[in-house]
Design a protein around this ligand. Sequence first.
Ligand code: FE2
Ligand code: FE2
Length: 168
Amino acid sequence: MGQMAQSISQVDKEELLKILNIAFAEEWLAYYQYWLGARLAVGPMRKAIADEFEEHAGEELEHAEKLAARIIELGGTPVLNPEEWQKTALCKYDAPANPQVIKLLEQNMTAEKCAITRYQKICEMCFGKDFETYRISEDILHDEIEHEEEIAAYQEDIRTVLAHFKED
Ligand SMILES: [Fe+2]
Ligand SMILES: [Fe+2]
């Protein structure tokens, strides 16, 4: 265990590990929500949207990996039991019971907005105090902002198509 690596973090360790585990649990749920959505999606542009979901799923999994590594470096333990994911996460899992892309996009948009607030918060906690956790959280924040943007673009495209059909 890296003693120096841990001692240079100037953030309250308990508080930091708590929020990193919240984010870690949320990433697994986000991964699963996208992964399942990619397979269930029906409706306009389903192939393109499913591909986007698949890509996002892979990135959420990478986020979980980065967080697990950081939690361990800080002397903590990543949430051990999948049963705990939903109890630990503050961004709630929204089961894709309705496979229509419009609904799936809405659910994922809510999750991305929540993720953005989570990493913004971690960045604020770590800014100037824990450079390594800050760097990781900033990287993830960047991806989540991109995800929000991509989901928003699909929502906009679908609205355009629907408006067009209404006019005819
Ligand atoms: Fe993520
Ligand atoms: Fe995301």
